[in-house]
Design a protein around this ligand. Structure first.
Ligand code: 2BA
Length: 105
């Protein structure tokens, strides 16, 4: 048994939880705060068998991995009042730990 901690952006949390749920994984979602930026993020606890760890990491990568989004940047009024800019979003930090004992009572 392994316990995966996945620290993800708040905006990505619903989508990754949905995808993990669809594949039958059990998840605990915790509100957390980054120690550097002091901004909210989401920490997911996922307990699973060792042979499923890669599947979990692949799902987290797919739903939360770094990517670029188009951001519509407002620039005043008129015909050319907005500019599209590419911004970097996403990214996740993942820890995989051994579970010494696991019980459901
Ligand atoms: P990331 O490395 O993508 O980390 C995002 C969040 O993941 C962190 O939020 C923290 O909540 C968690 N995290 C990352 N690595 C961790 C670790 N080794 N142990 C425990 N939690 C971890 P923040 O602490 O607010 O960091 C936000 C971003 O600021 C980081 O993005 C990184 O780009 C930068 N950063 C963090 N600590 C830094 C430092 N000591 N020096 C320079 N840049 C730092």
């Amino acid at each position: 048994m392994k316990l995966i901690y996945a620290i993800v952006r708040n905006n990505d949390s619903s989508q990754v939880i949905n995808s993990l749920n669809k594949k039958g994984f059990y998840i605990t979602k915790m509100a957390s705060t980054g120690g550097f930026l002091r901004q909210g993020n989401t920490t997911l606890l996922i307990g699973t068998d060792e042979d499923k760890v890669d599947e979990v990491i692949d799902i987290v990568k797919r739903e939360c991995g770094p990517r670029q989004n188009i951001f519509n940047y407002p620039m005043g009024t008129g015909e050319y009042s907005a500019m599209n800019t590419m911004v970097n979003v996403g990214g996740a930090t993942i820890f995989v730990t051994d579970v010494e004992r696991y019980e459901k009572i």
